[in-house]
Design a protein around this ligand. Sequence first.
Ligand code: PLP
Length: 405
Amino acid sequence: MAEAPFVPPARLLLGPGPSDVDPRVLAAQAQSLIGHLDPEFIKLMDRIKTMLREVFGTANPFTLPISGTGSAGMEASFVNFLRPGDRVVVGVNGVFGTRMTEVAWKLGGQVERVVKPWGQVFTPADFGPALAKGPAKLLAIVHAETSTGAWQPIEGMAAVAHDHGALLLVDTVTSLGGVPVEVDRWEADIVYSGTQKCLSVPPGLSPLTLSPKALEALKVRAASGPVFPGTTPPPSNPNSIQSWYLDLMQLEKYWGSDRVYHHTAPISALYGLHEGLRLVLEEGLAARLSRHAKNSAALWAGLAALGLKPWAQEGHRLPSLNAVTVPDGVDEVAVRKALLTDYSIEIGGGLGELKGKIWRVGLMGHSSRIGNVMRFLEAFAKALGTQMKLPDVKPALSAAEAAAR
Ligand SMILES: Cc1ncc(COP(=O)(O)O)c(C=O)c1O
């Protein structure tokens, strides 16, 4: 018997990502292919770069989407700047800071972890002692820690990194397009993101931007590495970038003016990103950020009326990822299961040390709508209400509605 086609169930994606995708993006991805060196495709690439700069808040000429999900952007950020034995300081207050340390370790970096409880954020002064211990190549931090819902301020981080001769590397996977990302104002050097969160484009691309300072460091390293194509670098050459696929100088040759083939671009994914960025700029970045803030405020007004509490540090809670503390004695998995099977709503549970302790409710991109907040609150109250006595949901819905106005 022939295999049946796959038909995904209609879900409302309110988890940690992916988020719902605008039908315009899906339609863009369904268009017929053209070649990845076709002049029309090259024009599309240029438009993507221009729009990415606007969304990242940067004039950086080196701004492009890496082929691969957010983790590819993370890996590219480390592999191009870190040589075996180099020191790197990483802020660890959740899963993605932890992942950064793993990536850096795998590359032979000497990792100095600066740790905070999961859900808390860092101040620039937290990194001073680790940076002062000795020269470090990078200070790496996560702007929007998806595993905890903490919104890390980036102000002042570049100054502390640069004062100690390090470049500032920032993960904006759960912030770009939903929470202010201001690469130039931050003076950040290496910033990457992902498409499947607040940009609401399917997973598969990782926008990345480099400051002129980072680009200079990369050029120096590339120039002192192997020069001729086909030359086998001696295994001990510390300047050789330890990835072929993610070598940013090589990618720049395709995305920059040379247009030299490196790998076949994921054409349909780039059609989708182009449409997703058009949607961001059509709505207006400021309006989009305020939509995310309002819908999160509405969610919290409703949750508070139901007696639920946030997890992340007060004053530092992401609008895109809302971490809700699981009340004592509640089986959080059963609530998520009921939401998915009875209401077709996906939310996330806690990861790592937060397993069983939080729910993660994403309000990202196309998913961040007041109608979705109301639908979630109603379903959540019913699902949780089977395990504990909750206040009436109607005042919670009214509170949410009022907060969204
Ligand atoms: C903050 C952060 N960084 C990196 C990643 C990795 O992205 P991906 O899963 O797309 O590889 C994620 C994914 O959730 C994330 O939330």
